[in-house]
Design a protein around this ligand. Structure first.
Ligand code: ARG
Length: 461
């Protein structure tokens, strides 16, 4: 017999390096608290149901609490020979209380045990993700309110398109993070489902009570199919997918922060606390943290593709492949929590160069649509108005002047409908404030949307 916990039918003994290949303790030690939490609930139920005696349940409970204490003071050493967190803790328990520890695993398998631990781990951390998102959203609302009247060029194809409020731009990200928040909310529901009691794959002959375990662990629901319970990793896939979409949003904004902090744009300047210098070029102030968020998006996407690929060919029920689900999920959790936090810090400490943003809307043709709309409002068919303004823009480019800089006579030569009131309409501020359609960029809208956002966050708490 081998010295493994499952060694009864084994005569051979694997080499250490083979054990190492199979072991997950190198990363699943992070499930230690959840593993003990799950075991405490399970053993309580075993005692209550009379599956083991109350005295035995008490002994096991005390042993688990003692391990909890050891863990808290860093007194515990895990070993690769014991494969994973579940076997490591069971062996620690055996060392503490003797063979009665072996009764803990009654009516349970590592398959439903690991699924339970993993559900608990994600379930415990999703609220922190949502809190971080809320803080970021609050920062965006504050910034949007402060900068509602700051006018900047809005871009399509990275070309000046139409002027917008910088506050409006910021609120676009508020909306994205709102959807992220909602996705994690939904993710919570699928995570809040108890697998324990499915045992290896088919359920158990012991008279267990899954409801009391669910209540004890705070699970809202229970898996109703034992095969599904041990083999479902949808909650982790959803988490990785939600994390990926969240990172898309952060990465897009990171790109803009980096670009807008360049000498050429100079729309914003990140604070010293969220920038780094160069070891050779004394003048440099680099947006390293924004770049890192953009860069870390790669491994988050990779983790999602990784787990999708792990799962795609797996027959029911448990397969060891699924051990590959955890390391990536742990890492992605760390990454998104840190990335959102870094973003909140970067945004709340940066300087906004409103003058530079506004100036960029003064020497350009981002008011060309205004002139076309002006003509259309006077009865010129829009297509024709578009062509007239297009020709004026071409003339302006050739002669080095903007539409506002053209004398009235020159504008009137292009179309006789144009009158002196056109200049006010060509102002970028006017262009912004006339866009009062729902969801449009007018400052009044922006301020209204800030209030709506504030209400959303207030309802959350
Ligand atoms: N370390 C394993 C994992 O993470 C635990 C479950 C092992 N179950 C088994 N039947 N080998 O998936």
């Amino acid at each position: 017999m081998s010295d493994k916990l499952w060694g009864g039918r084994f005569t051979g003994k694997a080499a250490e390096w083979v054990d190492e290949f199979g072991a997950s303790i190198g990363f699943d030690y992070r499930l230690a608290a959840e593993d003990i939490e799950g075991s405490l609930a399970h053993v309580k139920m075993l005692g209550q149901q009379g599956i083991i005696s109350q005295a035995e349940a008490d002994q096991i409970t005390a042993g688990l609490h003692a391990i909890e204490k050891d863990l808290a003071v860093g007194k515990v050493e895990f070993s690769v020979a014991n494969e994973d967190i579940h076997l490591n803790i069971e062996l620690l328990l055996t060392k503490k209380i003797g063979p009665v520890a072996g009764k803990l695993h009654t009516g349970r398998s590592r398959n439903d045990q690991v699924a339970t631990d993993f559900h608990l781990w994600v379930k415990h951390r999703l609220p922190a993700v949502q809190d971080a998102i809320t803080e970021l959203q609050q920062t965006l609302l504050d910034l949007a309110k402060k900068n509602a009247e700051v006018i900047m060029p809005g871009y399509t194809h990275m070309q000046h398109a139409q002027p917008i409020s910088y506050g409006h731009y910021l609120l676009a990200y508020f909306e994205m993070f709102q959807r992220d928040f909602e996705r994690f909310e939904f993710n919570k529901q699928h995570t809040d489902n108890l697998p324990l009691g499915a045992a290896a794959l088919a359920g158990t002959t012991f008279p267990i009570n899954r409801q009391t375990v669910a209540d004890e662990l705070g699970f809202a629901s229970i898996y109703h199919n034992s095969l599904d319970a041990v083999s479902d990793r949808d909650f982790a896939l959803e988490f990785l997918s939600n994390a990926s979409i969240l990172m898309v949003h952060l990465s897009r904004m990171a790109e803009e922060l980096i670009l807008w902090g360049t000498y050429e744009f100079n729309y914003i300047e990140l604070s010293d606390n969220f920038s780094t210098g160069s070891s050779i070029m004394p003048q440099k102030k680099n947006a390293d943290f924004a770049e890192l968020v953009r860069g870390k998006t790669g491994h988050v996407f990779g983790s999602l593709m990784g787990l999708l690929t792990v799962m795609k060919g797996l027959p029911l029920a448990y397969n060891k492949d699924m051990q590959e689900d955890k390391a990536a999920t742990f890492e992605v959790m760390d990454t998104i929590l840190a990335s959102v936090k870094v973003f909140t810090g970067m945004l709340s400490t940066m300087t906004v160069h409103a003058d530079r943003m506004e100036a960029a809307t003064k020497d350009d043709f981002s008011n060309a649509t205004e002139l076309a709309d002006y003509l259309a409002a006077k009865g010129v068919p829009f297509r024709q108005a578009h062509a007239i303004v297009g020709e004026l823009v071409l003339k302006g480019i050739q002669e080095g002047k903007t539409l506002n800089q053209m004398p009235l006579a020159e504008l009137q030569a292009a179309d006789s409908h144009i009158e002196a009131d056109v200049y006010a309409e060509l102002e970028s501020k006017t262009a912004v404030n006339r866009r009062t359609s729902l969801g449009g960029t007018a400052v009044v809208n922006v301020l209204k949307e800030v209030d709506r956002g504030q209400q959303i966050l207030a309802d959350r708490s």
